[in-house]
Design a binder for this molecule. Structure first.
Ligand code: ZN
Length: 224
């Protein structure tokens, strides 16, 4: 706890030095993106993306799960709706990560016997579990977990599109969806592209190529 108290003092000192910036922030927020990530303490969105206060609207939970619209009474639908309809974010990033404990638990439900709330929450990720069991039957261990992390992020992107606010902005072409995976062994972020169906490290690409890696917009394509 002491390190947290030290941090509070350091931040308060910085606040005093940058008062003008924080006064503007206090007047209102204008984040450009909604970042949906795992609660894992090693996967901090602002640190990974080197963004500051006010730049990201963040939703974190165990396993970076986006329940389908109507499937959860938790805060997820409200957070998504507020980010898209009230704040007008232009991008939504769903970011999974290597070695995710929630995904590992979801693959092995027997490990959650004494964690009834976790087990219940991870039921929202049942589609991922079925995809891995049915379509990747030969994978085990780390290979199975890595495949599950990838498939899981893509399932959450599909779930996002069941949210009315997201569907509306996608059809207008005013929202872009991104599927990312943070690899904690290397510090890289891999991004999925619908063009090649692969996850590729963004930092291995020139900026103009990295900027093109996104999930294509099925609703907008239908309009053409
Ligand atoms: Zn995780």
């Amino acid at each position: 706890m002491n390190n947290l108290l030290t941090g509070l003092h350091q931040f308060h000192n910085r606040f005093g030095r940058e008062r003008e910036f924080y006064s503007k922030l206090a007047a209102g927020q204008h984040p450009s993106a909604l970042f949906i990530g795992c609660s894992d303490s090693r996967v901090d969105p602002s640190i990974i993306t080197q963004t500051g206060l006010g730049e990201l609207f963040v939703m974190r939970n165990a396993g970076n799960i986006v329940p389908c619209y109507g499937a959860s009474n938790g805060g997820e639908p409200a957070t998504i709706e507020y980010a898209v309809s009230a704040l007008g974010v232009k991008d939504i990033i769903v970011c999974g990560h290597s070695g995710c404990g929630a995904i590992q638990a979801m693959l092995h439900p027997e490990t959650m016997a004494k964690l009834p709330s976790v087990k219940s929450w991870l039921n929202h990720a049942e589609a991922t579990r079925q995809i891995i069991l049915e379509n990747y039957p030969k994978l085990t261990g780390e290979d199975q977990l890595a495949a599950a992390v990838r498939e899981h992020v893509l399932v959450q992107i599909e779930n996002l599109q069941t949210h009315p606010a997201v569907a509306v902005q996608l059809q207008r072409g005013e929202l872009t969806l991104h599927a990312w995976i943070y690899r904690m062994q290397t510090g890289e972020v891999l991004a999925y592209s619908s063009d090649d169906g692969k996850f590729t490290a963004l930092t291995s690409l020139p900026p103009e190529e990295a900027g093109k890696r996104k999930v294509s917009n099925p609703r907008q394509a239908k309009k053409k």
